[in-house]
Ligand binder design. Structure first.
Ligand code: GLC
Length: 755
C-alpha cells in the first residue's frame, strides 16, 4: 500500500506542477493592447479555450458562483463558509470585499491554494462613489450634465480599483415612474432618453478605454429588465407590460449601456409578464444575446435563482438551475444553486458541458481583459489606495456635482440667494445638522462621518453670521416637543432655513412607501414656523418625489437637494449664497398625490383628454391631472427667455434632416446655466404616440443679458418607434417640435415627414 501511495503522490505532484506551468503559459498574455483590442480578443479566446481544456467540471462551476464576504451585507443572508469555498475552488467571484490588504489576502488563497490558481473577481455596489460619495443617481441625473456623470464614475472607479475592486454592480438604469418604489433613488428617473445617456456615461466612466487600465472597473448594468415597473410600486413585485412599452421605455437604457461597452448585466428580481427575469430566455437569449449580440457575462441578483422556487416556476434547486442556465445566466449570486446542482444536471444530460463552457468563457474573458491572469494582485495596492482615496480633487469634483444636482423649485420675490447682510439665521429641522443621511442609500464604502452637514457648510461659508440651530422634530417621529424651541429660534432670526426630508433608509432597496408626503410631523413644524411670519427657505433631502403641496403653496423658496453625499453641506451653502446659481432640472415628475401614480410627462393623449368644460373626459373628481412639478422643471436665480422656434424647413425627408433653432436669452441679473430641452410629438401614427418625448437637450451658460442660438438637428432617427406591427421605424405625417426649459412651458413649431 505504502508503495502505491508514493506513486500516487508523485503523479499528483507532477500533475499539479504541469497544470501550474500550463496556466502560466496560457495566461502569459502581456499587457492588454487597447490600440488593438481585436488582436487581444483573439488571443484571449485562445487562452480561454486552452484553460477550459484543463479545467475540471467542478472548477468550471466554481467560476459560475459568486458569494458575498461578510464585510458588508446587501441581501437576506451571508454564507460564513466563503473562505473555505475560495480555498476549494468552489467560487470564482467575491463581492462586498474591498481594501488592498483584504482583497490580496483572499486572492492569495485562490491563486495559491487551488489547483489552477484562477484569480477571483472582486465586485461591489459602487453606485454613486466608493469612498468619496457623490449625489445619489437620481440627484446626479438632475444635473443633466452628462460629462459630470461620466467624471464621477471615473473618480469612483479610481478609488474602488485602488482598493482591490475589479467590478461594480452599476449603473442601475431602471426607468422609474412610480415614487412609491424606493429604488427610484438609485437610477436616473422616468425618461428613456435621459437615462440612456446617463447609463452610457457611467459605463464609459467606470470602464475607461481599457479594462486593463488599473484605474477602471468592469461595469454591470442592472436590473434587466423592467424592475422599476413593479406593480403598485412595491419592490420585487410582478411586472406586466406590452412588448412595445418594454422596448420603447425600459430597454433603451440597457442597450445604450451595452453599446457603451458594459461587460456584464444583472438580472432583475421581478417576473416579466409571468416569467421571472432570471429564467427569461426572451430577455437574455432572444434580446440580449441574439438581437444585441452581447458577449459579456450575466450575473443574477442576490439569490435570484433560488427565488425561482418562490416565483413558482421551478420545482427544486436542479430545476431552477436548469432554467437559469438555459436562459443564459452565467453566474449565480449567493444561493450556491449552480454549485449544488450543475454537475448532476450534466450527468443527467439535462444541461450540457458546452453550455457550461460558454458561461465560464464569458466570465474568464472579463478576467483576462482585467489583466488578472497577468497579475492577480495588480489592483490590491496599498500605496495606490492611500494616494487615490478621498484625495482633494475628488472632493472638489463631488462638490461641483452636488451643486449641479440641486433643483430650485420655488423662489418667490428672489428670496434666494441669501443676502450677506442678513446676520441672524435660524437653521431648523431634522436634516439641518444631520450627517448620517447625507450619503443616501447604496453608499457602499462611503463614510458618513466624513460628510459635511448643512449647518457646518453654512458656518464655514458665513463665519460672521449668527446661525441659531434647532432640530424641531425628528425625521419620522411624531414628537412636537422641539417645536417651541424651533419657533423661538425663528423669532430670534431674520430668516429661517428649514431642512426637511427622509432618512437614507426610506429609499433604496426594499423601501417602498404608500405615503410619499414628508414623514412624521415635519410639515406641522413648517406650519408652526410659518406663523412667525419670518421668511423661510425650505431645503429638501430625500430619495424620491414627495407630495410637498403645502410647502409649495406657503413657503417662498424651496430647494430640492436629494442626498448630495460627502460634500452636501458645502454644496448647499454654495447655492444658498449664490456662489453657484442652481441649474438642476427634475429627472422625474413630482405628483400632487400618490393616487396620481403612475404619472409621467410622456403619456398618451387618450380618446377623452381632459377638458374642464366637459364631464366625460379623463380626470379625477378630487384632484387635477397636473403634477406638482413636471419632468424637466427647475428654476434659476436668473430668468431665461425663449424666442419662437425657427425650422430650416417644414418638410423632412426620411433620408434628410431639418434644424430647429431657438434663441435663449438671460433676462435676469445672474450668470446661469439653462438646460434647453427638445421634445417631439408624432401627431398621427399607426400607434397612439406620447404627447411629447424628450429627443435632445443642451445645457448652456449665459451671462446676464447674453443670448445664444441653440440648434437641434432632427432626422428620421428621432421619429422612429415600434409601429402597429412592431416593426421599428418612422411614419410619414405631421410632427410638432417643442423647445423649452421644461416639459410643459415650451415654444412649438410643426413639420411634415415625407418618404
Ligand atoms: C441587491 C441588489 C443589487 C445589488 C446586489 C449585490 O439585492 O438588488 O442591486 O447589486 O444585491 O449587492
Amino acid at each position: 500500500m505504502e508503495f502505491f501511495m508514493t506513486i500516487k503522490q508523485i503523479l499528483l505532484t507532477g500533475f499539479v506542477l504541469l497544470m501550474s506551468f500550463a496556466l502560466l503559459v496560457i495566461s502569459a498574455s502581456g499587457e492588454y493592447n487597447p490600440d488593438n483590442p481585436e488582436r487581444d480578443q483573439d488571443d484571449i479566446g485562445q487562452k480561454i479555450d486552452s484553460l477550459l481544456s484543463i479545467m475540471t467540471l467542478d472548477e468550471k462551476i466554481g467560476q459560475m458562483t459568486l458569494y458575498t464576504s461578510d464585510m458588508d451585507q446587501t441581501g437576506a443572508f451571508l454564507r460564513p463558509e466563503y473562505i473555505d469555498d475560495i480555498k476549494a475552488g468552489r467560487v470564482g467571484s467575491i463581492f462586498n470585499a474591498y481594501g488592498a490588504e483584504y482583497t490580496r489576502y483572499l486572492q492569495e488563497m485562490a491563486v495559491n491554494e487551488t489547483r489552477l490558481g484562477i484569480p477571483l473577481l472582486f465586485g461591489y455596489d459602487v453606485i454613486h462613489g466608493h469612498r468619496t460619495i457623490f449625489p445619489v443617481p437620481l440627484g446626479e441625473t438632475a444635473s443633466w450634465d452628462i460629462d459630470m456623470m461620466r467624471l464621477t464614475a471615473e473618480v469612483a472607479a479610481r478609488e474602488a480599483a485602488a482598493e482591490g475592486l475589479h467590478w461594480t454592480f452599476a449603473p442601475m438604469v431602471d426607468i422609474a415612474r412610480d415614487a412609491r418604489w424606493g429604488r427610484i433613488v438609485e437610477g436616473g428617473g422616468e425618461d428613456a432618453y435621459l437615462v440612456s445617456l446617463m447609463g452610457a456615461a457611467k459605463v464609459e466612466g467606470f470602464q475607461g478605454n481599457s479594462l486593463n487600465d488599473l484605474h477602471t472597473l468592469a461595469a454591470c448594468v442592472k436590473h434587466f429588465a423592467a424592475y422599476g415597473a413593479a406593480q403598485a410600486g412595491r419592490d420585487y413585485h410582478s411586472v406586466d407590460m406590452s412588448d412595445r412599452m418594454l422596448r420603447e421605455v425600459y430597454l433603451p437604457p440597457f442597450k445604450a449601456a451595452i453599446d457603451a461597452g458594459a461587460v456584464s448585466v444583472m438580472t432583475a428580481f421581478n417576473d416579466l409578464n409571468g416569467i421571472p427575469a432570471t429564467s427569461n430566455t426572451y430577455l437574455f437569449q432572444d434580446i440580449l444575446r441574439d438581437e444585441w449580440e452581447f458577449d459579456g457575462f450575466v450575473v443574477t441578483d442576490y439569490t435570484a435563482i433560488m427565488e425561482l422556487l418562490y416565483h413558482g416556476v421551478a420545482s427544486d434547486a436542479s430545476h431552477a438551475s436548469e432554467l437559469a442556465l438555459k436562459a443564459g445566466i452565467d453566474i449565480s449570486m449567493q444561493d450556491g444553486f449552480y454549485h449544488q446542482t450543475l454537475a448532476d444536471l450534466v450527468d443527467d444530460g439535462r444541461v450540457t458541458e458546452a453550455q457550461i463552457n460558454q458561461a465560464v468563457a464569458n466570465v474568464l474573458r472579463v478576467k483576462f481583459r482585467l489583466g488578472l491572469f497577468d497579475d492577480p494582485y495588480r489592483y490590491s495596492d496599498p500605496e495606490r489606495e492611500k494616494a487615490e482615496v478621498m484625495k482633494p480633487e475628488n472632493i472638489e469634483i463631488a462638490r461641483d456635482m452636488a451643486r449641479k444636482s440641486i433643483v430650485l423649485l420655488k423662489n418667490e420675490d428672489q428670496l434666494l440667494p441669501i443676502s450677506s447682510s442678513i446676520r441672524n439665521i435660524a437653521v431648523i429641522g431634522p436634516m439641518a445638522d444631520n450627517r448620517r443621511d447625507l450619503i443616501g442609500s447604496w453608499s457602499a464604502a462611503g463614510d458618513w462621518t466624513k460628510s459635511v452637514t448643512l449647518l457646518e457648510g453654512l458656518k464655514k461659508r458665513m463665519p460672521d453670521v449668527n446661525f441659531i440651530y434647532a432640530e424641531g422634530t425628528d425625521i419620522d417621529g411624531n414628537s412636537r416637543e422641539g417645536f417651541s424651541a424651533a419657533v423661538a429660534a425663528a423669532n430670534n432670526a431674520d430668516l429661517v432655513i428649514l431642512a426637511l426630508g427622509e432618512a437614507y433608509w426610506m429609499s433604496g432597496e426594499a423601501a417602498s412607501k404608500v405615503d410619499i408626503s414628508l414623514p412624521g410631523v415635519q410639515e406641522d413644524l413648517a406650519k408652526e414656523l410659518n406663523k412667525t411670519g419670518k421668511p423661510i427657505v425650505a431645503v429638501l433631502m430625500n430619495g424620491r418625489p414627495l407630495t410637498i403641496n403645502w410647502l409649495d403653496e406657503n413657503i417662498p423658496a424651496i430647494l430640492e437637494t436629494w442626498f448630495l453625499g460627502t460634500t452636501a453641506g458645502d454644496a448647499i451653502a454654495d447655492v444658498l449664497y449664490g456662489d453657484y446659481n442652481p441649474s438642476g432640472k427634475l429627472p422625474v415628475t413630482f405628483p400632487r398625490h400618490v393616487g396620481q401614480i403612475p404619472i409621467f410627462y410622456n403619456m398618451r393623449n387618450t380618446g377623452r383628454p381632459f377638458d374642464a368644460d366637459s364631464k366625460y373626459t379623463s380626470k379625477y373628481l378630487d384632484i387635477e391631472n397636473e403634477p406638482l412639478y413636471v419632468f424637466g422643471y427647475g428654476l434659476s436665480y436668473t430668468t431665461f427667455e425663449y424666442s419662437p422656434i425657427t425650422l430650416s424647413g417644414n418638410e423632412l425627408r426620411t433620408d434628410g434632416s431639418i434644424e430647429a433653432s431657438i434663441t435663449v436669452s438671460n433676462t435676469g441679473g445672474y450668470e446661469g446655466e439653462e438646460v434647453v430641452q427638445l421634445y417631439i410629438h408624432d401627431k398621427v401614427a399607426s400607434v397612439a404616440r406620447p404627447v411629447r418625448e424628450l429627443k435632445g437637450f443642451q445645457k448652456i451658460n449665459l451671462m446676464p443679458g447674453e443670448s445664444k442660438d441653440v440648434v437641434f438637428t432632427i432626422t428620421n432617427d428621432e421619429l422612429a418607434f415600434y409601429r402597429a406591427d412592431m416593426s421599428f421605424g418612422s411614419e410619414p405625417g405631421k410632427f410638432t417640435v417643442y423647445i423649452g426649459g421644461n416639459s410643459r412651458d415650451t415654444q412649438s413649431a410643426e413639420f411634415v415627414l415625407t418618404e
